[in-house]
Design a protein around this ligand. Sequence first.
Ligand code: PTT
Ligand code: SF4
Length: 609
Amino acid sequence: MKGWTGKILFYDLSKARFKVWEYGGDFAEKYVGGRGFAARILWERAVGVDPLSPANPLVFAAGPLTGLPGPSTGKFVVAAKSPLTGGYGDGNLGSLAAVHLRWSGFDALVVEGKARKPSYLYVENGKAELLDAEDLWGLDTFAAERKLKERHGKNSGILVVGPAAERGVLYSTIISQEGRAGGRPGIGTVMASKNLKAVVFKGTKQPEIHDKQRYSRLVAEAYRDIEAKPNYEFWIRQGTMAAIQWSQANSVLPTYNFSEGVFDHADKISGDAMEKIKVERRGCPLCNMQCGNVIHDSDKMLAELDYENVALLGSNLGIGDLRVVAALNRIADMLGLDTISLGNTIGFAIEAGEKGLLKDVPEWGDSKAVRELIEDIAYGRTELGKMLARGVKRAAKAVGNGAEKIAVHVKGLEVTGYDCHAAPAMALAYGTSPIGAHHKDAWIISWEVQTERLGYTREKVEKLIWMQRIRGGVFETLVACRLPWVELGFSLDWYLKLFRAATGFSVTMDYLYEVADRVYALIRSYWVREYGGWSRKMDRPPAKWFEQPLTKGPYKGAKLSWDGYEKMLSWYYNMRGWDERGVPRISTLRKLGLEDVAEELSKHVPLSE
Ligand code: PTT
Ligand code: SF4
């Protein structure tokens, strides 16, 4: 096999032993890599497990493009059964760790068991070793990574978890390079539950490429093509931060716990405001359009900004000071908390306080109190902190008295940075995302605002599935950053050409789409098997968007309709070959080569033909 290394490293922390699985071409052809590998491994090995038990496998999975020279290919997928949602969970992380995993001779690392004491895993050129991490435990992510860099060299790929994960906060992520964060559904929490503080990768051998000459030529042309795109210069200036002004203009900027789509102080936290005070740019390896915008925060420290972080810790909490928001963002990175779930959960607490459901919570815009609360959450210092550490779904249940109506999540994963009062297709994207509410699989809102914005149409559902195939399928299996395609219009053809040259597989885009459909059906089967009592209610967006209309902005009065949503959901199931409960049909699983999945799933729920 070329392109792939053909090897997956399995490390058992309980026994401090590893074995290498040399998988064949069939596995590669069927699942390609990244999310495909992770989903299959979890389907087979994370059966009925408690997500925070040693038995839950933690998967780091690259794809055939990861770590090869090429536009934005320094990324991989981190996955596990999620302690936040109880279902399939993953994230996409850009880090030297992704590159060095592949250069160490592996396409994926699967960590199982639990170390006897705080430890870290060191993977180098075909071997792995468990090392002592007593001196790292308790350190914030920046300090821990710096120590490991001193020990193993600047050029190693390092993943760490922070104090939040160590204390079991259910939305802890994995952090790398002091500003890349991956694994929103508590993948960092799973890592810490194994007594694993860090993983360090160091490799020296790039995977073999099928047609090296052609590949190098394509890569050089591809990088040039990106830099020639009309939007390139603006992207370099603002990156994802331009979405603040875009969201405000289109009334989708999450504001006051997703109660509004516009924020009075949006101009103070916008990409335009950021550009004036920006000091440097950072990003993932192998990328020539790096989007991490760095400013000095209110503590005079360097902090990296992204749209989501600013929307959730800024407008969603009523905070209109960019340097203050940047400090909150940096603190979340150091503690290893997912900024989206954090901002969403705190927004819930503030609104619950306003409604008299909770006492002693911050008020909108009180950044000092928010900052304290963030630390209370990470360190479990107060009862409120402990409650919010369990995510918005559980917090709402604990509060009771109708608090569920203001909890903004799907399947237990907090909604990301787009208000959907006036965006039915985006609501469906959140409802059907394979990990719970995340925009990563379909940022359909960008298209929706330009079309028939408020309609519940078949066309929207078709477009959504097309997007999920590309974003949730092609990019998550190959694995590469999707932003060149999304933001600059870099053609999808490039990825196909690179894949063919790297692996020698002479396939068309339809092959990659079929893999995407297979992975989607497999992940859905996983949810259905693990959840028990599955119903279409699981795919419902937050009630707030249906019941509490917007009170200002161009879409004042707008709210979603349940009938319209349910109609689109039925079309969606139908187009995917799933039944009215949202469970894949036997015929669909068979068509996708998942006969064994159909057989196993039918032991848990009756399947439709
Ligand atoms: C991603 C989610 C996002 S999506 C953001 S900002 W975004 C938040 N970033 C966080 C952060 O920072 N610190 C923190 N403590 N928590 C954070 N949580 C949030 O995590 C990220 C980029 C971005 S920035 C996006 S859209 C794109 N996402 C991609 C994807 O999902 N797949 C893919 N093939 N390419 C992508 N490219 C872009 O990558 P999760 P990263 Mg990410 C500081 O991790 O779990 O997927 O959640 O990893 O390397 O930081 O890249 O406006
Ligand atoms: Fe990373 Fe941004 Fe480059 Fe994508 S565009 S690879 S997220 S730096």
